[in-house]
Design a protein around this ligand. Structure first.
Ligand SMILES: NC(=O)c1ccc[n+]([C@@H]2O[C@H](COP(=O)([O-])OP(=O)(O)OC[C@H]3O[C@@H](n4cnc5c(N)ncnc54)[C@H](OP(=O)(O)O)[C@@H]3O)[C@@H](O)[C@H]2O)c1
Length: 240
């Protein structure tokens, strides 16, 4: 049995990646932090995969969350680790505080680094393991109203590349994906005119479905020769 962990997996992109891994035959640990009520809905939605799921409640905006996740994993170790939790902060530029800034950096970059390091040191990666960081198009396109979001996602994409040489000797691959605009709760909150502007700038003329992003993520996780790649999944945003 291959074990997978997807952080932030009870909604949106993380849920779609978890489902793709279940379809692929893995046992999947789905992490979340806040909404315990949603777990019942997710269990029902994924009922066809039976007992091949475990839910880990741990706040990955905090360092202790990484330790809690590691403690819940089986000794056999993970074949797939998907670092999908990502926070934003829409505080106006002039009002951003050190606390605002550090919370986003901690969740989007620091905790992912220490989770990877902790699993590595505890030998909780299975042979041939693969790590995937869910970054963002906004790592390279400074479109976001949140400075900390764009900067933290740029750091997450860079983290992936910087870890390649430390993980390769153990047979572990690591890659990042940079989705553009994906039709999850994040985007559903945007006013229609803002969505229309995004669609107008996207060559494919629409937002991505989470399952479309998940299909690329699954291919990256499984590819035995892919490491150090940063894969844009933007539907051609900015290319028309
Ligand atoms: N949607 C987009 O357009 C888009 C584009 C590019 C990149 N991304 C990236 O994709 C990732 C997922 O975004 P999404 O739109 O799919 O989000 P989403 O639908 O809001 O789902 C977020 C998931 O993360 C969990 N979560 C939130 N805070 C957490 C925490 N502190 N610790 C552990 N789990 C936590 C949520 O569960 P609880 O609420 O129960 O904790 C939920 O399962 C993020 O990294 C985001 O930056 C999104």
């Amino acid at each position: 049995m291959k074990y997978a962990l997807v952080t932030g997996a009870t909604s949106g992109i993380g849920l779609a990646i978890a489902e793709a891994l279940l379809q692929d035959g893995c046992f999947v640990f789905l992490n979340y932090a806040h909404d315990a009520a949603r777990v019942g809905n997710v269990r029902a939605q994924l009922a066809e995969y039976g007992e091949r799921m475990g839910f880990i409640r741990a706040d990955l905006a905090e360092y202790a969350g990484a330790d809690a996740v590691a403690a819940a994993l089986p000794a056999a170790g993970l074949t797939y680790l998907v670092l999908n939790v990502g926070l934003t902060d829409r505080t106006a530029f002039g009002a951003v505080t050190a606390e605002n800034w550090e919370r986003v950096m901690r969740a989007n970059v620091n905790v992912p680094f220490f989770l990877i390091q902790g699993l590595y040191k505890a030998e909780l990666f299975a042979p041939g393991a693969s790590v995937l960081c869910v970054s963002s198009l906004l790592a390279s396109v400074p479109h976001s109203v949140s400075v900390s979001y764009g900067v933290s996602k740029a750091a997450l994409s860079a983290l992936s590349g910087n870890l390649v040489k430390f993980l390769a000797p153990a047979g572990i691959r690591i890659n990042a994906v940079e989705p553009g605009f994906v039709d999850t709760s994040w985007q559903k909150e945007k006013p229609p005119d803002q969505r229309a502007r995004i669609e107008a700038r996207t060559a494919l003329g629409r937002l991505a479905e989470p399952a479309e992003v998940a299909a690329v993520c699954l291919a990256a996780l499984k590819s035995t020769y892919l490491t150090g790649a940063v894969i844009p999944i933007s539907g051609g945003y900015g290319l028309k």
